[in-house]
Design a protein around this ligand. Structure first.
Ligand SMILES: Cc1cc2nc3c(=O)[nH]c(=O)nc-3n(C[C@H](O)[C@H](O)[C@H](O)COP(=O)(O)OP(=O)(O)OC[C@H]3O[C@@H](n4cnc5c(N)ncnc54)[C@H](O)[C@@H]3O)c2cc1C
Length: 320
């Protein structure tokens, strides 16, 4: 067929080339990391471990485990981290928050992690438990994440990640104040930031420009959330200040009772988002797995990150 003009005169050769270029497999020259939350029941634990075992094969740089609101999951977070250390080759990063605890209590948890061999902490202010009103620092505690980062650095040579907000933290006085806060966290000793999830890549890329202009040179890794439950996402987005673009609302509209279609749409949206970020030079990706492997596996595959196959299949290629 003449590629200058097809039967309907719709496709010209240059358009065809652009489409083919978009479909070229990516080389897998990216670093991936995965977030899990501690399971609340035996069934959830079994499903988490199936996911961890599947995702381990992608050779992530690290996997992180969240700390429930107000430290509610403290023991379960520790148990999950301990099991990851004991049963996998993965490097765990433990989330730690300031909420509802004295400095001494938080420091004791950090020292316990050091003794266990956990050297990476995701240091957060944390959110208070639902229904307990706005955040108030504990009288004897670390008030904000920047204070926690400084405290952790006094305890040991942790690698520390902190949170960043491309669309601004909902309680920040202004986008500029929020950026100043991010800089304080980096200046206190954090070596990277992980963003709140977002669906508008241009918001993230503009944020990176502002981050650089503010003199922040550490990686600010995009947090990728594959949408598994749209109704819950809407609720959560309101609280954390992430916006949902109208095109996305339209895509998931009416799919609440159709989980199979929803999964396929979710994978497509997140894969497109990751490929768009990749096309703009992004090479580090942090996935909010929600303890499920299938979406993250599919999206990583579109980025060229493959499991190390039992038959000597291609291994994920690693950058720095
Ligand atoms: C990657 C990631 C992982 C997360 N994991 C968890 C988790 O495991 N457990 C959990 O409970 N939550 C978690 N969260 C949610 C997080 O705890 C909330 O977003 C929380 O509201 C803010 O935490 P932060 O560390 O960003 O806070 P901070 O950096 O301390 O900032 C909080 C707010 O206070 C403002 N601020 C900072 N310092 C001052 C100051 N001195 N005076 C006045 N205002 C100030 C900031 O601008 C911002 O608006 C996570 C979020 C992200 C992005």
């Amino acid at each position: 067929m003449n590629h200058d003009e097809d039967a309907r005169g719709l496709m010209r050769a240059d358009h065809g080339a652009a489409i083919l270029a978009r479909r070229q497999p990516l080389p897998g020259d990216v670093n991936v990391s995965f977030e899990f939350f501690p399971p609340a029941s035996g069934a959830m634990e079994a499903s988490l471990w199936t996911s961890i075992q599947k995702l381990e094969s992608l050779n992530p740089v690290y996997v992180s485990v969240t700390y429930g609101a107000g430290g509610a999951t403290r023991d379960r977070t520790h148990a999950t981290i301990a099991r990851i250390l004991g049963e996998t080759s993965l490097r765990p990063a433990a989330h730690l928050t300031c909420v509802g605890a004295t400095r001494e209590e938080v420091d004791a948890v950090a020292r316990q992690y050091l003794d266990q061999g956990v050297f990476h902490i995701v240091a957060l202010r944390g959110d208070p438990p639902a229904g307990s009103g706005p955040y108030r620092p504990h009288p004897g505690g670390y008030a904000y994440a920047a204070d926690l980062v400084a405290g952790l650095k006094r305890i040991g040579d942790f690698r520390i990640s902190v949170a960043a907000y491309p669309e601004t933290h909902p309680r920040a006085a202004s986008p500029g104040a929020d950026l100043d806060n991010l800089k304080r966290k980096i200046d206190a000793g954090a070596s990277q930031a992980i963003t709140q999830f977002f669906f508008d890549e241009s918001a993230y890329l503009r944020f990176l420009d502002r981050v650089l202009a503010a003199g922040i040179t550490v990686p600010v890794v995009p947090g990728i959330l594959p949408v598994t439950n749209y109704a819950r996402l809407v609720d959560f987005s309101k609280k954390c200040g992430a916006s949902i673009p109208p095109w996305m609302a339209h895509l998931f509209d009416d799919l609440d009772d159709d989980p199979e279609t929803r999964k396929l749409v979710a994978a497509t949206v997140a894969a497109e988002q990751c490929r768009a970020l990749y096309a703009n030079g992004v090479r580090d990706f942090h996935f909010y797995t929600l303890n499920r492997a299938y979406l993250t596996l599919a999206i990583c595959r579109t980025l060229g990150v493959r499991p190390k196959g039992p038959r000597g299949g291609p291994a994920a290629t690693r950058g720095a």
